[in-house]
Write a protein that binds this ligand. Structure first.
Ligand SMILES: NC(=O)c1ccc[n+]([C@@H]2O[C@H](COP(=O)([O-])OP(=O)(O)OC[C@H]3O[C@@H](n4cnc5c(N)ncnc54)[C@H](OP(=O)(O)O)[C@@H]3O)[C@@H](O)[C@H]2O)c1
Length: 171
């Protein structure tokens, strides 16, 4: 089961123009994410997203997740490699998920960024899409998806996380 989790501006950006990171996200979204991730046993993210979270991940003492970081050059990150906790891979999306399943990891969160969301969506592997809408327009930035690809979803749940922030869950 693969769940894509993202927070975006109203115009579909997951980071501000010329900036990386998710500091535009509200505290209510951060709280939701912290709590929601407790139900997952594995996380997948792209190398650029990893770079923005690297210190936090390296300092984290949780052993709950196997984190797969997708990069074209896993060897470049050997010093951050922690077996069963932080692993770098250049496998295609289907192989990453198959390997996680084989290792007993069945609840995986896809944490971005745009390139990695797109790769897994294009491969037809995303079961659910959990989207937090923050009430902002950026007019540019990192788009949630980096290439055209049409998929129809079904709305499963809507939940206000605060007066301003809306969570949409699709399957
Ligand atoms: N708002 C949110 O919910 C949210 C969530 C996540 C991230 N973000 C933000 O999004 C931005 C990063 O997104 P992004 O789209 O620029 O980058 P990304 O998806 O995080 O990472 C892109 C990297 O993934 C690797 N990659 C991509 N395709 C690959 C393939 N086919 N095979 C192997 N490796 C592949 C490459 O790493 P190498 O260059 O190492 O080869 C590529 O540079 C950051 O600013 C981050 O803070 C926001």
């Amino acid at each position: 089961m693969l769940t894509l989790i993202a927070a975006q501006s109203l115009d579909g950006y997951i980071a501000r123009p010329g900036q990386s990171g998710t500091d535009f996200c509200s505290e209510s979204d951060a709280q939701f994410l912290r709590s929601a991730l407790k139900d997952f046993d594995s996380l997948i993210m792209g190398r650029k997203t990893y770079d923005t979270l690297r210190q936090r991940i390296l300092n984290s003492d949780t052993t709950r997740y196997l984190r797969k970081i997708v990069t074209r050059d896993p060897g470049n990150h050997a010093s951050d490699h922690r077996p069963e906790l932080i692993e770098f891979t250049d496998q295609p999306p289907s192989e990453i998920l198959a390997e996680l399943t084989q290792r007993g990891r069945h609840r995986t969160a896809l944490l971005g960024g745009g390139e990695i969301y797109t790769a897994f969506l294009k491969a037809g592997l995303v079961d659910e899409l959990w989207l937090t809408l923050e009430p902002m327009l950026f007019g540019g930035g990192t788009p949630i998806f980096s290439a055209p690809h049409e998929i129809a979803f079904e709305l499963k749940e809507t939940r206000p996380l605060s007066q301003n922030t809306l969570l949409l869950k699709y399957r």
